[in-house]
Write a protein that binds this ligand. Sequence first.
Ligand SMILES: Nc1ncnc2c1ncn2[C@@H]1O[C@H](COP(=O)(O)OP(=O)(O)O)[C@@H](O)[C@H]1O
Ligand SMILES: O=P(O)(O)OC[C@H](O)CO
Length: 495
Amino acid sequence: MSRYLLAVDQGTTSSRAVLVDTQGCIKDMVQRDFTQHYPKPSWVEHNPRDLWHTVLDCCRQLLKENQLKATDIIGLAITNQRETTLIWDKQSGEPIYPAIVWQDRRTADYCQKLAESDPTLEEKLQKKTGLLLDPYFCASKIRWILDNVPDAKQKAEQGQLLFGTVDCYLLWKLTDGKVHATDATNASRTLLFEIHQQKWDPELLELFDIPTSLLPQVQDSAYHYGEVDPQWFGGAIPILAIAGDQQAALVGQCCFQTGMAKSTYGTGCFLMLNTGEKALHSKNRLLTTLAYRLNGKPTYALEGSIFMAGATIQWLRDGLHLIEQAGESEQLAREVDINHGVLLVPAFTGLGAPYWDPDARGAILGLTRDTGIKEIVSAGLQSVCYQTKDLQKAMEADGVRPVSLKVDGGMVKNDWLMQFLADMLGGEVQRSKVNETTVLGVAYLAGLQAGIYDSLEDIAKRWQLDKAFSPKMSKDKRDALYSQWQQGVKRIQTR
Ligand SMILES: Nc1ncnc2c1ncn2[C@@H]1O[C@H](COP(=O)(O)OP(=O)(O)O)[C@@H](O)[C@H]1O
Ligand SMILES: O=P(O)(O)OC[C@H](O)CO
């Protein structure tokens, strides 16, 4: 009987469980969507029960459909939407508030006031954590829960509460409350973790007034975290890897050498470039983050996060009803001249890197009487590429240029989009054969821990190209289109 790795990807809009064989091939996958909650403008929440139950159900269904028992699984691996913040009661295991999702901007004012109280603060935060003072990260979300949930502050001070990102919460549930831990990549997204010394930072905990007792232990990305409690799958399964989803995708794309980069186009877009042992501090508002940590040794990355990529197409579909399926956007974009002059700036939840403007709001510019659905849909797709170009420019200004760009995520099957991306970047875009790089990446890490793979080099041999897109657009045309975008962004910026 073959044995498999079981990889769980708990994402922003759905949970997935995937079986990966020892050759690194995906055998089967089960996926479940869950409800998004928007209780107030700019607030985004998930019900923790949904996160846990969709993961549990996906795993159970996958095992059942493949007639596998817990003993057929070599190890379980967890990858997750990052920054999403949960706090739960240590005794009962019950979350004291819904999960505050990474997209949630409720702490924008708090962050701004903190920044105004000390003009040197953001630089200090960046030096220690590689991040910026933004509602995106966990620290201000934790603070909000402690300040707004009755008795939370007092309970936290008495050591009765635990904080975790989604990986940490799932690990706690899977081990039936025995393990409270996270991996270094997830810790590096909290704004509380010192990325050079690899430890929670007492000064930052004091700044955000967060008791140390709330925090999980931080381990390597490939590590024996504990065993799944037998009640869930009828037997114990070792938990062998954890990584934030974008870092897992970097591993899944085998970007192990300095200068290698990947960009994932799902709900948001995340471009990550491996900078090796060096934590390169951006002067252009990109993030420095952990790419992975193996055997105690950190590898760093530079990251640009865009909040609205596929979500813009979702909005065109579900909000404006301009299309019925996301895939229709490709044909519509092909049918319109690229010089249509319509610009969609998708700052629905503010602008991410490199602008970091939580108060900016979206706009559609350049409308004329003959503007139709095709132009607006095309502008939505183009916005994803312009935002990637913004990140590329910021990286170049920081002195690094990706040696290659490997792409994955739900949007990359759109060939028109990939061609326009190559045109905008003026460089080759490589679409990998396996699109499920996130689950694959964390399964690779679990495989390393289990001794299935000898090394990262051994893993790298498995990467396969699906299609490469080379730039075809003239430089003049590219510059003209991009300059239109830059002018559009200026119109909506608030800072
Ligand atoms: N052919 C397509 N063209 C453009 N966008 C697409 C296409 N297919 C899917 N998408 C977009 O990709 C996103 C889904 O990607 P996925 O990687 O599954 O997202 P996530 O993991 O963030 O939930 C959706 O937002 C959808 O609008
Ligand atoms: O769930 P995804 O794939 O949209 O990724 C979310 C990111 O990890 C947020 O930083």
